[in-house]
Design a protein. Structure first.
Length: 256
């Protein structure tokens, strides 16, 4: 009886481990519905940059231009630095002749902590949408060449305390309230942009101004307290002039 219970328990454990492994090694793939995404979604295919990242509220759109390439692997890092597949959706591929197709599960898979795209042609453009949050964006440079990052509406860079652009952008323009950062040729391992809301700069300036005012008021109060203490000492006769004091007339006779 005990042997049967042990065998049953082992079978259940083996089944659980097998199910877990299937999730790790390929069972947790993107659904066709997710890859199809929004039929009304539009991408800026006519971009002149080799890579264009359009960051908006809650997500970003990435467009990669390819020349003699059949595969792309992308990943993102979690809080502890581990690599994890990018949660892509609305995946499209545009042929050089302008034809746009959706890439399905056979072309978009999770492998080895990465999202792997198998491209239907060596030349063309790949586009996808992925979730994003916070006031910063970073991406490894999977593709060499020119880059463009479009910040969300109302976001700015320029203040060294509140923002960071690495490597330094070659061009920064503002179009319809959105900042466009461009790099002619990125050779760094990654592109990092940390930005701030335009009104945050006013708040930051207000905080600095308030801090300076408090510091000046504190200094004034401190000096006032010292002055009042000096006046009290004078009233109590504690400030006695010791010039010419009998104890300050040199050493005793014979000690000079």
């Amino acid at each position: 009886m005990n042997r049967r219970l042990l065998l049953a328990f082992g079978a259940v454990a083996l089944l659980a481990m097998t199910a877990g492994c299937s999730g790790v090694f390929g069972g947790d793939q993107f659904s066709e519905k997710r890859l199809e995404g929004d039929d009304t979604a539009s991408y800026e295919w006519n971009t002149s940059s080799d890579v264009r990242i359009n960051v908006t509220s809650g997500q970003y759109q990435a467009i990669y231009s390819f020349d003699n390439r059949t595969q792309l692997k992308v990943f993102e890092r979690e809080s502890l630095g581990e690599k994890t597949p990018v949660g892509v959706s609305t995946v499209r591929f545009r042929y050089p002749n302008g034809t746009v197709v959706t890439l399905g599960q056979d072309a978009v898979q999770k492998k080895d902590s990465r999202t792997v795209f198998t491209l239907p042609a060596e030349n063309g453009k790949l586009a996808y949408t992925a979730p994003h949050r916070g006031k910063s964006f970073s991406t490894p440079t999977y593709v060499e060449g020119s880059y463009e990052v479009v910040l969300p509406a109302g976001m700015r860079v320029g203040n060294p305390v509140l923002s960071q652009v690495r490597p330094n952008a070659d061009d920064k323009t503002q179009i319809d309230g959105r900042v466009h950062l461009k790099w002619a040729d990125v050779t760094a391992d990654s592109v990092v942009v940390r930005y701030y809301l335009a009104r945050d700069l006013k708040i930051f300036a207000g905080v600095i101004g308030a801090g300076l005012l408090v510091a000046l008021l504190g200094l004034g109060y401190f000096r006032l307290q010292i002055r009042q203490l000096e006046q009290k000492r004078e009233e109590m006769g504690l400030n006695v002039d010791t010039d010419g004091d009998e104890f300050d007339q040199g050493p005793p006779p014979g000690m000079g």
